[in-house]
Design a protein around this ligand. Structure first.
Ligand code: AMP
Ligand code: ZN
Length: 114
C-alpha cells in the first residue's frame, strides 16, 4: 500500500533491523523498544489491522503467530517467557496501520496492561 511505513520496510525502501524473513512474514526490531527485547512481526500483505482481517487472511495470520514464536526463540525469550500484543485502533494506541504483532520480553510484564 503506497505510503505505508511497514509496506516500505517489506519493499526494502525503509531500513529495519530484520530478525526473520520468510515467504509471507517479516519481523524486525521495534525502533522505540518498550522492553529489553521488542520485535514486530508483520504479514507481507497489507492488512490495516486485525479488525480488517478476513477469512482469506487466515493462513497469513497463522504464519505471523508461528513466526512470532520463532522470533521469541531466536531472541532468547523461550525460557523466561514473553508477551505477544496486537493493538487495534485508537483505544489500544495503534499508530501504524499495517497489522503487526509485538513480541515483548526480557523483563516481567505487568497485568493488566496499561
Ligand atoms: P502500534 O502502536 O501497535 O501501532 O505499534 C507501532 C510500533 O511501530 C511502535 O512500537 C513503534 O515504535 C514502531 N515503529 C514505528 N516506526 C518504526 C520503524 N521505522 N521501524 C521499526 N519500528 C517502528
Ligand atoms: Zn502496509
Amino acid at each position: 500500500m503506497p505510503g505505508c511505513l511497514f509496506c516500505n520496510i517489506v519493499a526494502g525502501k525503509t531500513p529495519a533491523e530484520i530478525v526473520h524473513d520468510s515467504e509471507h512474514v517479516l519481523a524486525f526490531k521495534d525502533i522505540r523498544p518498550a522492553a529489553p527485547v521488542h520485535a514486530l512481526v508483520i504479514p507481507k500483505v497489507h492488512i490495516p489491522g486485525i479488525h480488517e482481517a478476513t477469512p482469506e487472511h487466515a493462513a497469513a495470520l497463522g504464519q505471523v503467530l508461528l513466526a512470532a514464536r520463532d522470533v521469541a526463540e531466536k531472541l532468547g525469550l523461550a525460557k523466561g517467557g514473553y508477551r505477544l500484543v496486537v493493538n487495534q485502533g485508537a483505544d489500544a494506541g495503534q499508530s501504524v496501520f499495517h497489522l503487526h504483532c509485538h513480541v515483548l520480553g526480557g523483563r516481567p510484564m505487568a497485568w493488566p496492561p496499561g
